[in-house]
Design a protein around this ligand. Structure first.
Ligand SMILES: Cc1ncc(COP(=O)(O)O)c(C=O)c1O
Length: 361
């Protein structure tokens, strides 16, 4: 049949399946499937959303200067080297569109965030997947995967869905071993959970081929508004701005983002809460035989005996209203990714998994 055909490679993209948020007939749902902030958005951001309503007949600010200034002040970065995206997802797409394409290879690690692969394939690039070592990014494997055709290397630190963190020394070794014409993208979507860490910003300042990505979807509780940002060398940011739609962030998203970035008390409190609850959850699950790696993020990756046990546990938890994330599509069929909830939620997760283990043995 004669019909319009999409670009080569697009039909090979597997549809992204997000975390589930409801189960038919189940009440009192605890949604832990998308790494959202259990406390919701900061109050300051909610008020900014309400205030923005009166100006919605106007197009949004196209250079995002208010939000970029707020981010530059908070992180001590150059405002001209910042770019905002409709989620950091959009910035991943800009990077792939601008620095990859047919004949160009994009490297990601075996359990890397799925959007790297999806946007690289959408740009017609060739995907090169390199192994991780026990769920940790392996710099030697990445370096071994570089060829003269490599255009971009994507590394999330901490990783999603592993939660594991590699030290700055490893990142430095990765950058040192990468040719200067290859872009190294350090995705710090969860960097805000690590106190005092810059998420890789200092590497951007020192190198002409390093970009850092961040998001307000996790720590800042704004996943529903889609606000991400990137920091890169000026020549890279100038390229990304050429493919960016002028009004990619709405007035409401910009206002909420700026307010959220200024709410230091919210961030500090949630960072501490996340760490306390994450440690408790990890240890309580380990006590019942369900182990996970140390996580630097707002989730843990709980490992089960095999795929069947992980899937059956997921099904049982769903009947209890506890919604977690299967990660078979990330090459981790025997694991479930669990967003860290508040302490009450943590107790509910552990009880649910304990009950499942008791019933199933
Ligand atoms: C590692 C990583 N990068 C990027 C993103 C995209 O975040 P957003 O588009 O919501 O900013 C996510 C979201 O889950 C993520 O886990």
């Amino acid at each position: 049949m004669i019909q319009p055909k999409p670009q080569q490679g697009i039909l090979e993209i597997e549809l992204y399946v997000g975390g589930i948020s409801s189960v038919d007939g189940v009440q009192n749902v605890l949604k832990l499937s998308s790494n959202e902030n259990p406390n919701g958005p900061p109050l300051a951001a909610q008020k900014a959303v309400a205030r923005s309503a009166a100006t919605l007949h106007r197009y949004p600010d196209s250079d995002h200067i208010g939000l970029r200034n707020a981010l530059a002040d908070l992180h001590g970065l150059k405002v001209s080297q910042l770019i905002c995206g409709c989620g950091s997802d959009e910035l991943i797409s800009f990077l792939c569109q601008s620095f990859s394409g047919p004949g160009i290879e994009v490297i990601h690690t075996s359990h890397g965030f799925l959007m790297y692969k999806i946007y690289a394939m959408a740009a017609g690039a060739t995907i090169v997947e390199v192994p991780e070592r026990n769920r940790y990014v392996d710099v030697d494997e990445i370096l071994a995967g570089i060829t003269p055709r490599t255009g971009i290397i994507f590394v999330a630190n901490p990783g999603n869905p592993t939660g594991t963190l590699i030290p700055d020394e490893d990142v430095a070794r990765l950058i040192a071993g990468t040719p200067k014409d290859v872009l190294v993208v350090l995705d710090g979507a969860y960097a805000d959970y690590i106190e005092g860490w810059d998420g890789g910003a200092s590497f951007v300042s020192q190198h002409e081929n390093v970009v850092m990505l961040r998001t307000l979807s996790k720590m800042y509780g704004l996943g529903g508004l889609r606000v991400g940002w990137g920091y890169g060398p000026q020549h890279v940011i100038d390229v990304l701005n050429r493919v960016r739609g002028p009004f990619n962030l709405s007035t409401t998203a910009l206002a909420a983002g700026e307010a959220a970035v200024g709410d230091h008390a919210f961030v500090c409190a949630h960072r501490i809460e996340n760490q306390t609850c994450r440690n408790w959850l990890r240890e309580a699950l380990a006590d019942i035989g369900v182990h996970s790696d140390p996580s630097g993020a707002n989730f843990i990756l709980a490992r089960f005996m095999d795929r069947l046990q992980a899937e059956n546990c997921d099904i049982y938890l769903q009947t209890q209203g506890v919604l977690v994330r299967r990660v078979g599509s990330y090459g981790l069929p025997n694991a479930l990714r669990i967003t860290v909830p508040d302490m009450k939620g943590c107790v509910r997760v552990v009880s649910g998994i304990r009950e499942f283990l008791e019933y199933s043995t």
